[in-house]
Design a protein around this ligand. Structure first.
Ligand SMILES: Cc1cc2nc3c(=O)[nH]c(=O)nc-3n(C[C@H](O)[C@H](O)[C@H](O)COP(=O)(O)OP(=O)(O)OC[C@H]3O[C@@H](n4cnc5c(N)ncnc54)[C@H](O)[C@@H]3O)c2cc1C
Length: 348
């Protein structure tokens, strides 16, 4: 019997599989789609994530380093630089390919186009049903993002505060070595350089199904930058984003990545955080019990949750936000300290 089955081949699932294989666990990963897997995302990988990627031995074909975060709000600008290496703008397809290559290289059995249909934990085994049959393992890591396989649904989706995201790419030279967050009326725009001649643009917003053009029209400075540039990818949407789980571990099954809970994309921490949770999970598996994972997960995600909730408040209060952005612009060290607090110790 294999040690671990991972359901879901996004960043969380792939990181779990890679780290498990590095730790000597016999691991199978099942993904419902073909690799490389795409996903609507801002595609800014924070510096801790870049380091984690390196530690996993993942090589990626194409990416673009960014040196910090820049907020732009109604003409006010605030910037914070990273002090321990850059972040990386990276297309999800490129990240997916690099990670799955590494997993295979380490001996992970990867099953594509294999949606998991059901999971049943029974004593010291878990059975995962696929269309082609079933798998058995000692442990199961559910890294299926927003999907639901467990009978217990997420406990909190806060209907009143649903947020959605769009993304698209444009062929043009990046104009900045920062990830730019532009705050606008009821929405934010995230600009991430992803290669020498490609820029990703993502919007986060509250209302259901606006058009891409109506979103872009809220950010005239970006509209101007992108005028005449050809879109490089189709429009893709995601959401609602918020998801909270009562618990992330039972004796045989653990949740990791977005499947284990998510607040919002506005801090750009999702992938780096997924890598950290994967590391916490594999440490528990190596220790032979998931008993400590719930606590470890809560500790790993606490600061992200607090800072994201605080930042979310600002999305709804333009006046307060302008004051905050102006202050952070005046005191960049404060901005750097806040970012540092939200994500551990990278910016100091
Ligand atoms: C608009 C937007 C912008 C964002 N911007 C950023 C950013 O700039 N930086 C950042 O770090 N994060 C960002 N995020 C967050 C980031 O995208 C997520 O946190 C990250 O994708 C989580 O990875 P995951 O592996 O948990 O989930 P996912 O990436 O969703 O992967 C889940 C995988 O599971 C597979 N799957 C689902 N069900 C099954 C099944 N039954 N059987 C088999 N496979 C299954 C899916 O096909 C998918 O491949 C953003 C999110 C959004 C929505």
């Amino acid at each position: 019997v294999r040690d671990l089955v991972v359901v879901g081949g996004g960043p969380a699932g792939l990181a779990t599989a890679i780290l498990a294989a590095q730790a000597g666990l016999a691991t199978t990963l099942v993904e419902r789609r073909w690799f490389p897997v795409d996903k609507p995302c801002g595609e800014g990988l924070m510096p801790e994530g870049v380091r984690a990627l390196r530690a996993m031995g993942v090589r990626v074909d194409e990416s673009f380093p960014f040196e910090g975060i820049r907020y732009v709000d109604d003409g006010r600008v605030a910037e914070a630089r990273f002090h321990h290496g850059p972040g990386l703008g990276i297309r999800r397809t490129v990240l997916s390919q690099g990670m799955v290559n590494r997993a295979v290289e380490l001996g992970v059995e990867v099953l594509e186009r294999s949606p998991a249909r059901d999971v049943v934990a029974n004593g010291d085994r878990v059975r995962i049903s696929l269309d082609s049959g079933s798998l058995e393992s000692k442990w199961l890591a559910l890294a299926n993002g927003n999907g639901n396989l467990l009978r217990e649904p997420p406990v909190d989706r806060r209907e009143s505060f649903r947020r959605y995201g769009y993304r698209r790419h444009y062929r043009r030279r990046p104009w900045s070595s920062f990830v730019e967050v532009h705050w606008g009326r009821g929405a934010e725009a995230y600009v991430t350089p992803v290669s020498e001649n490609e820029v990703g643009l993502a919007f986060l917003f509250h209302e259901a199904a606006p058009t891409w053009e109506s979103m872009l029209a809220r950010f005239p400075a970006l509209e101007e930058r992108l005028e005449g540039c050809a879109p490089n990818s189709p429009l893709a949407g995601a959401g609602p984003m918020r998801r909270r789980m009562r618990s992330v571990a039972s004796p045989r099954v653990a949740l990791v990545g977005d499947a284990s809970g998510y607040v919002d994309a506005l801090t750009g921490d999702g992938v780096a955080l997924a890598f950290e949770c994967a590391r916490a999970l594999v440490s528990s598996l190596v220790a032979g019990s998931l008993a400590g994972y719930d606590k470890g997960h809560r500790r790993t995600t606490r600061r992200y949750r607090v800072m994201t909730e605080l930042a979310l408040i600002l999305t709804r209060r333009p006046l307060a936000r302008r004051v905050v952005v102006a202050s952070l612009g005046t005191y960049p060290r404060l901005f750097e300290s806040l970012l540092s607090f939200s994500r551990g110790s990278d910016i100091e």
